[in-house]
Design a protein around this ligand. Structure first.
Ligand code: GDG
Length: 735
């Protein structure tokens, strides 16, 4: 694999300017650690905002900062104060953040924020585009940059694009609230690989893609006109060894080297050996469930008074987004709750909650992790939650109990924790009691499992798994493109076309000559298509045949005046130019009364679906049905029909959002062969998009030019991407 670049809102360094001296301080967060290993190893650049609005810098200073960043292989995206305000504090944190964390009541719908989000995303994309070279791969991170994948893909389709979302992806019922929902999905779909922390987020995303865009999704592949996108889950890990080693060192430090906090913690335990500490660490964010945690702790002291005076909750709340109203209110609420618990249960010698509203150095964090008996992690929504993993990694003596919200992504990997519903105060209170009274053996048993898993799938493994999948996606794309018609193939096709004297041209209709419509009767040929076909037909060497699953009536009406043959109902009927309709097979319709009631019951149970009746087939259409229900019912119907058709000579065809039951013994392949019988065509061309056309591709002799529309696996010789490419190809041939 060639270079891999990273794009994220912030660069992995912060800039400190003191006495005109510029210092770059590397970030120690999980993302920075994991990604540093990737972009360094693959000689890439990291594109992001350096964290200082450019209004604060004069030109000379800005230039010197830039030089420093270049040394670190960082490319900075410059943002003004106003841009940061509208794009970051604004649309990212006032609109997307509450929406994706199910806080619909907090969403800001201001269109000015959206406009800024689009233009700043474009700035990131432009910087990335300047950096990208042929063969490069790019990995974009998180909810601030949801539009960047498409902005890159549309300009440089050959670049492999990865995207990872660090926060939850909400259910469609919540996501649909947003006026710009479609734009966000389109933005993300610019990526070739889209990663989430959990399968649930992945499934919610796929559901939104299905419902908003109508794209076909099979397993974890999204099929769009000319591309396949892989969606998968990659639960992010931590730098396990760093936490473990730091924890070991903490215990080995001589007294005089211990921090003030550490000495305080040791003093706390010295008063009485049965004293216990509970730890809570988060950014002060409404998604983290801090008020409920305090309520639950209060309830615990109320219900289990024997612990009053013996248990302290250490609560570290790191200031965050302090200018946003909901965060200001949250801070007030938390302050009040802490005051209330301490007022109610505290005494001269006992403070139930030690509350720190600040960020602490890493060393202190480790001291807290390794000294506290219980970790209380109770977010109401959390993409992953790395604090839970860091606590586990720091428990070098393998004791300690984790109480964990089922709403955190990390709960999926931590079955050995005590799992709670963060809105159930009583349940959390009981869980605290269970944790504090858990025998050491049981603690160790649980901790061993937790540690093994988190050690194995650490942040480096997470990053390398994503990178591995990126190169796999690249391979899949390459194999899909392998048969794509390029200029060389086109030239050869054209010269064979020119050199030939008698040509047969088979054209499928829906999905080939024209796109799919919600209502099949709306798919009439447009002006452009008429012109293309007239041009083909006017060449006396050409015999043009539309070969389709449609019924006789619409095609006959639509192509009146064309010098064209029609083969319809998948080969049951044929109408040669200026001749009458003739049956190609001995199809019957006597079976219809026994099959129709079954289809009707599916129509009744599946709003939006309907039956189309052809002479020798019945078709159940579900394009207009709710997509997931449609797919589900289609599978049910296929099952049901399979047992029903046993006594009739019938076939079930699965087309694009349709299930068709038809008289057996005929298909497009057999029909095309019958048509060609006893004729001496020296150029046979067949083009179609779905698997009913595959019969044609398989049955026609090897010398024929068979072409699949779309990138799926096929028996055809070549592929083109879309209806548009079909039209271009026909125009080029006939010229
Ligand atoms: C987002 C998603 C997802 C905290 N206080 C201090 C401090 N921290 C460090 C922790 C941990 C990190 O901050 C917090 O990470 P989380 O994962 O818990 O939460 P978010 O910041 O909301 O992160 C989240 C994550 O992205 C990764 O994908 O897990 O769901 O919301 O590493 O150690 N570090 C120091 N002092 C502190 O006071 N030094």
């Amino acid at each position: 694999m060639n270079r891999i670049h990273i794009v994220s809102n912030r660069l992995p360094v912060s800039i400190n300017i003191e006495n005109d001296n510029i210092e770059l301080i590397p970030s120690v967060g999980g993302l920075a650690t994991g990604m540093r290993s990737v972009y360094k190893q693959y000689n890439g650049k990291w594109i992001g905002w350096p964290g200082l609005p450019n209004d604060d810098l004069n030109d000379e200073l800005a230039l010197r900062i830039e030089e420093k960043l270049v040394e670190e292989d960082c490319v900075s995206v410059h943002l003004s104060k106003e841009e940061v305000d509208l794009y970051y504090d604004g649309f990212s944190n006032r609109t997307i953040w509450p929406l994706f964390h199910y806080f619909a009541q907090y969403i800001d719908y201001d269109p000015a924020l959206w406009d800024a989000f689009v233009s700043v995303n474009q700035k990131f994309a432009d910087k990335a585009l300047e950096t990208l070279e042929e063969g490069d791969t790019i990995w974009i991170h998180d909810y601030q940059l949801l539009l960047v994948p498409e902005m890159i893909k549309s300009k440089k389709p050959e670049v492999t694009v990865g995207f990872f979302l660090h926060i939850p992806f909400p259910s469609f019922e919540v996501f649909r609230i947003l006026p710009w929902r479609k734009e966000l999905i389109e933005g993300m779909l610019g990526a070739d690989l889209i990663g989430f922390h959990t399968f649930d987020y992945q499934r919610h995303f796929c559901s939104s893609v299905r419902r908003l865009m109508g794209y076909e999704i099979s397993f974890n592949e999204i099929h769009i006109e000319d591309r396949i996108i892989i969606v998968d889950s990659f639960p992010m890990g931590i730098d396990y060894d760093k936490f473990r080693e730091a924890s070991i060192q903490t215990f080995q430090k001589p007294l005089q080297e211990k921090s003030k906090l550490h000495r305080e913690l040791e003093k706390y335990f010295m008063v009485s050996p049965d004293r216990k500490l509970i730890l809570s660490i988060d950014r002060l964010d409404y998604s983290k469930g801090i008020p409920n945690r305090l309520r639950a702790f209060s309830k615990f002291l109320e219900e289990y008074p024997e612990f009053i005076g013996k248990v302290t909750l250490i609560m570290l709340a790191v200031p965050s987004r302090g200018t946003v109203e909901h965060y200001i209110n949250l801070k007030k609420e938390v302050d009040e709750l802490v005051g209330r618990v301490n007022g109610k249960f505290g005494s001269v010698n006992y403070t139930p909650v030690w509350y720190f509203y600040r960020s602490l150095p890493f060393e202190n964090l480790i001291e807290l992790y390794s000294s506290c008996d219980v970790a209380l992690v109770t977010p109401v929504r959390d993409g992953m939650n790395l604090v839970a993993k860091e606590y586990v990694a720091s428990r070098t003596n393998r004791t300690g109990v984790m109480i964990l919200s089922e709403m955190a992504g990390v709960a999926k990997e931590m079955g050995e924790a005590i799992i709670i519903n963060p809105n159930n105060i009583k349940e959390i209170a009981d869980a605290i009691n269970q944790a504090l009274t858990m025998p050491l053996d049981e603690q160790r048993e649980r901790m061993v499992f937790l540690q093994d898993r988190i050690k194995r799938y650490d942040v480096f493994k997470w990053a390398s798994e994503f990178v591995k999948s990126l190169s796999k996606v690249e391979e899949i794309q390459n194999s899909l493109y392998a048969k794509k018609i390029n200029s060389k193939i086109m030239e050869s096709l054209k010269s064979k076309y020119k050199a030939s004297k008698k040509r047969s041209i088979f054209l499928d209709y829906d999905g080939t000559l024209t796109g799919f419509k919600k209502n099949p009767n709306d798919a009439k040929p447009d002006e452009e298509l008429h012109k293309i076909l007239y041009k083909l037909e006017e060449d006396p060497k050409n015999t043009v045949t539309i070969i389709s699953g449609r019924d006789r009536e619409s095609l006959e009406k639509w192509f009146e005046g064309h010098k064209i043959n029609l083969i319809v109902e998948h080969g049951v009927w044929i109408k040669k130019y200026q001749k009458e309709w003739k049956m190609l097979s001995n199809a019957t319709d006597t079976w219809k009364p026994s099959i129709r009631p079954s289809l009707e019951s599916f129509v009744d149970r599946t709003p939006g679906s309907f039956i189309e009746e052809k002479n020798y087939s019945l078709v159940w259409h579900f394009r207009k049905a709710e997509p997931e229900q449609g797919e589900l019912r289609a599978n049910e119907l296929k099952d049901e029909l399979t047992t029903m058709i046993a006594n009739h000579n019938l076939e079930i065809l699965e087309g694009n959002k349709v299930i068709e039951v038809k008289s057996g013994g005929i298909n497009k392949g057999i029909a095309a062969l019958q048509f060609l019988q006893n004729q001496d065509f020296d150029f046979i061309f067949a083009i179609g998009d779905d698997w009913t056309d595959e019969y044609m591709f398989k049955e026609l002799p090897d010398s024929c030019h068979t072409i699949k529309v779309g990138l799926k696996h096929t028996a055809a010789k070549y592929k083109v991407e879309s209806v548009n490419s079909v039209r271009k190809l026909l125009i080029e041939l006939s010229e």
